[in-house]
Write a protein that binds this ligand. Structure first.
Ligand code: GLA
Length: 425
């Protein structure tokens, strides 16, 4: 039967054969492009490892080069029993200076004096505590501490890490002359993928070439700044070569980056200095701000000897819930006046986090008259109109209900501290 006869025999039959073939072609094309898209996505980072920001510990901020298998085991013991594991921390990460020399075949080995049992045994131990092991390398020829980097050994190193049972790689950017960051990080990301063991890939390129614009398919987080140090407000300038930043300076450097972060890929304002010498108020403010920024929560203190007020900060479930909120939207600065900033973070179930930060050393009285304010976020398309909606307020640190947005908020915020509220309908 020719086409015209079929049409005549069956009412509703398409007018032209192309009416059938074209949609089929379209479906085929869509199927092919979807498959290609999945394949190319597959060639990149492991998905689903950081749907909320990663939580763990890293050796650098407190111990720098003083790493050893004894230390890492003791930290894992502490994390498994001091409430941190229960609060969601899972990675125990060895930073720089764990490496020894490469062997005759170019395989990287651990420093035999510091890690005599090797990294595989250490990974087994950390896993036996229900935790995960992270390691550190560098895209260049040498790490910042002068140990072998992964340049020209990417796949070999990724396979070694997979054999050892490593779950996390922080990848630094020292001695990388002649490399371009997007290519170098992609190369390691693909090597990890090829090695087959799911590894959370944490880029540490200090924000030099705006990794937030290119790293989302490559890794799970990207450092946005140079290194933090344990000071609330200050900068150390290393003879113009590089700088270390205090908490407030790092906070200010996050300006304009929030739209790049979200489930699966996070801006990383560097590891926590909680417990490393700031005051309790400063530690509390630092931790709260990092949670408002949906930052990776990588503690950096000596977990074996943690004062209870430090542990109370690191394990506060209400504050951590801000960081781990499933929407994964970073806070934004709503207002700033006389060193007092108000930040809002859209949260799931139409809730909001509101953080009042006092950057001054002296306490500040604040008044916030809800009915005069409209909080609008163009990025998340969320709006809180306090004239039409009443929210219940909870002080998340003091664990106190503060009434509702019907009456103005009045509070005193101590110097270098925060007032952290949750708003719920
Ligand atoms: C760089 C990184 C730090 C740390 C050191 C180790 O400075 O930014 O976080 O890893 O290297 O040498």
């Amino acid at each position: 039967m020719v086409w015209a006869e079929r049409r005549a025999a069956a009412p509703g039959w398409p007018e032209n054969i192309s009416d059938i073939i074209n949609p089929m072609k379209r479906i085929l094309l869509i199927t092919i492009s979807c498959a290609a898209c999945c394949l190319s996505a597959q060639a990149q980072k492991f998905e689903n490892l950081a749907l909320t920001p990663q939580m763990g510990w890293n050796s650098w901020n407190k111990f720098q080069g003083q790493v050893s298998e004894v230390l890492i085991r003791e930290i894992a013991d502490a994390m498994a029993t001091n409430g941190m594991k229960d609060a969601g921390y899972q990675y125990v990460n060895i930073d720089d200076l764990w490496q020894g020399e490469r062997d005759a075949d170019g395989n990287i080995q651990a420093d035999p004096a510091r890690f005599p049992s090797g990294i595989k045994a250490l990974a087994d131990y950390v896993h036996s505590k229900g935790l995960k092991l992270g390691i550190y390398s560098d895209a260049g020829t040498k790490t910042c501490g002068g140990r072998p980097g992964s340049r020209d050994h990417e796949l070999q190193d990724a396979k070694t890490y997979a054999q050892w049972g490593v779950d996390y790689l922080k990848y630094d950017w020292c001695n990388a002359e002649g490399l371009t960051a997007p290519e170098a990080y992609k190369k390691m990301s693909e090597a990890l993928r090829a090695a087959g063991r799911p590894v959370l890939f944490s880029l540490c390129e200090w924000g030099n070439s705006k990794p937030w614009t290119w790293a989302r398919d490559i890794g799970h987080s990207w450092r946005t700044t140079g290194d933090i140090f344990a000071k609330f407000d200050g900068i150390i300038d290393h003879e113009g070569k590089y700088k270390d930043y205090g908490v407030l300076q790092i906070l200010d450097l996050q300006d304009g980056l929030r739209t790049y972060a979200g489930p699966g890929g996070w801006n990383d304002p560097d590891m926590l200095e909680v417990g490393n010498g700031m005051t309790v108020n400063e530690d509390r403010a630092h931790f709260t701000l990092w949670c408002m920024l949906a930052a990776p929560l990588i503690s950096g203190n000596d977990l074996r000897h943690t004062p209870k007020e430090t542990l109370a900060i690191l394990t506060d479930k209400d504050i951590i819930a801000l960081d781990q909120d499933t929407l994964g939207i970073e806070a934004f600065k709503y207002s700033a006046k006389e060193g007092v900033e108000i930040w809002f973070k859209p949260l799931a179930r139409d809730a909001w986090g509101m953080c009042v930060l006092n950057r001054n050393t002296a306490p500040k009285e604040i008044t916030f008259n809800w009915k005069d304010e409209v909080v609008r976020d163009d990025f998340s398309k969320r709006e809180a109109g306090f004239d039409t909606t009443i929210y219940r307020l909870t002080d998340l640190w003091k664990k106190r209900e503060l009434g509702t947005t019907k009456k103005p908020l009045q509070a005193e915020v101590p110097g270098h501290d925060v007032l952290m509220l949750r708003l719920r309908k």
